[in-house]
Design a protein around this ligand. Structure first.
Ligand code: DAH
Length: 349
């Protein structure tokens, strides 16, 4: 009798690992568990035969059975963990959504190179305490010329090839030729102290070629306050230059002429390609011309009703497209306006 029990326990111990391992699903494992350990299971059935044994043999058989039960329980628990993991992986795989499929076919757009350039320029000036203002692209002769100290017959009008709009009296309404009229609007709409930049689109009667477009972009700057001097202008442009182009690039001002500033200057920076040593882009001069600037002409202040004795100011204006072109080594300004995606996608914002 003892031998029978011992043999059966040994057989169960030998078979159990294989049977547990053979359970391929949680359900099958539950069935194997029932067969081995359940109320009607093989080990339980053996217990019933133990009553006939003498105490010594019963203790030995009982111990052997407990050991087998414990190891079978452990094997089942381990197998259950494995099967649960596999089942979870299956569910996850089945419920997985392939989001790349939706994204792959969608072209992601970005800001136009001009907008990126404009944003960066404005950021630098905002960081220096300037506000941002905008004005209309269709202007009157007063804002674009007269108020800026450029009277009708003045030869300086020739500096801007103007596109007129067929509205009202002849040559009274036009597409603004520069962002300078926004200076007038800022001064008439508000009061000094004024520290403002004005980015925007401008128009000229020009035939499109690699370096000209009838439409392009400028950014204008205007400061009006008490005691503003030419040194403030030079210092502001120098601070802007190193903030935007990096600390190794400096600015210089050369005497020039604009009707709305006195004195007037051209604003140059060290060539950003050769850093001043001289290269093809800067024509071996080491300098790049960015735009114009100067002290706001007293006539301009008077035109907007400001006391030119009390207030002084400076202004500057430069082209934005050429700046972006140079920075990215693009040799044709028309690229900025044709909207060719193959060009645009080279400048993801
Ligand atoms: N408006 C001028 C142009 O388009 C550029 C300019 C020169 C703007 C001097 C200014 C300035 O504000 O002070 O050619």
């Amino acid at each position: 009798m003892t031998d029978d029990i011992t043999r059966t326990v040994q057989r169960i111990a030998a078979e159990a690992p294989g049977r547990v391992a053979a359970a391929a699903t949680l359900e099958e494992l539950r069935a194997v568990e029932g067969e081995l350990l359940g109320k009607k299971g093989e080990l339980t059935a053996l217990k019933k035969g133990m009553g006939a044994l003498d105490p010594e043999a019963r203790r030995a058989a009982g111990q052997a059975m407990n050991e087998v039960r414990a190891s079978v329980e452990a094997a089942i628990a381990a197998r259950r963990t494995d099967l649960e993991g596999a089942a979870r992986a299956l569910t996850l795989a089945a419920e997985r959504l392939d989001l790349t499929e939706a994204v792959e076919h969608r072209q992601r757009g970005s800001l136009h190179l001009v907008t990126q350039t404009m944003d960066r320029l404005v950021d630098v000036f905002v960081g220096m305490g300037f506000t941002v203002a905008e004005g209309p692209e269709v202007e009157t002769d007063w804002y674009n010329f007269e108020a800026l100290n450029i009277p009708a017959a003045h030869p300086a009008r020739g500096m801007w090839d103007t596109l007129y709009v067929d509205l009202g009296d002849p040559e009274t309404v036009l597409l603004r030729t520069h962002t300078s009229p926004v200076q007038i609007r800022v001064m008439t709409d508000g009061e000094p102290p004024i520290y403002a930049v004005m980015p925007g689109r401008v128009y000229r009667r020009d035939t499109a070629d690699a370096s000209h477009m009838p439409v392009f972009h400028q950014i204008e700057g205007l400061v009006v306050d008490r005691g503003i001097s030419f040194a403030d202008l030079a210092g502001t442009l120098e601070a802007f230059t190193s903030a935007y182009f990096g600390g190794s690039i400096h600015s210089r001002l050369r005497p020039s002429y604009f009707p709305f500033t006195e004195p007037s200057a051209e604003y140059d920076i060290n060539c950003i390609f050769c850093e001043g040593r001289g290269c093809r882009t800067c024509g071996q001069t080491g300098w790049l011309e960015l735009g114009g600037c100067g002290m706001v002409h007293p006539n301009v202040l008077r035109n907007v009703g400001l006391d030119a004795e009390e207030w002084t100011g400076f202004a500057f204006g430069f082209g934005l497209d050429r700046l972006a072109l140079m920075r990215h080594g693009v040799d044709d300004i028309r690229e900025m306006f044709t909207g060719d995606v193959r060009f645009l996608e080279q400048f993801p914002a």
